[in-house]
Design a protein around this ligand. Sequence first.
Ligand code: PRP
Length: 189
Amino acid sequence: MPKTDNINSIIDHKLFTEEDIHNMCVKLGKQLTADYAGKKPLIVGALKGAIFFLTDLVREMDVKAEIDFLDVSSYGDEMESSGEVKLISDLATDVKDRDVLIVEDIVDTGLTLEYMKDLLKKRGAKSVKCCVLLNKEANRTSDVEVEYSGSKVGNEFVVGYGLDFMNYYRNLRYIGVLKPEIIKLVNNK
Ligand code: PRP
């Protein structure tokens, strides 16, 4: 467990334990192994939130796959999406004629995923699908399709296992819900 000085003061409760997360990765890995059998997909991780999920997920997939990363951001240090997605750093791999699987930690408004899917389709990818750990549908403004998801979540602010609060707490092994008073504190600053 990483040392986090004040973690107990910001987490309201655990939502998913390490075991819950592991079970989601195993289940998704099996599904993806079956669906991508005989293909050589390019797995695209969306930095930075997806790195923990991606590394666990791909090790549950018995598929010959390449891995690359895109850095897109719509939040910066903010609590809510700015609505404008920016490409911070691009892939090194040509996606033309590739079966691409985007891996995301969370889909909220859906704008980031929509941006990435559109970008990869425009570049000539053969197929573009997404595997997301947490599907938060309450604030969805895009009708982008989420092909694979570990679990639905409600309209709570979740942190840990890649998900951040002000860019911290990504390194928690579990996923917790942030105390509502912390969000109020930040919003009133
Ligand atoms: C988070 C998350 C998704 C996106 C989802 O990324 O990792 O990429 O927001 O939000 P949306 O569905 O409303 O677009 P963020 O921009 O915070 O960057 P990060 O992964 O570096 O934390």
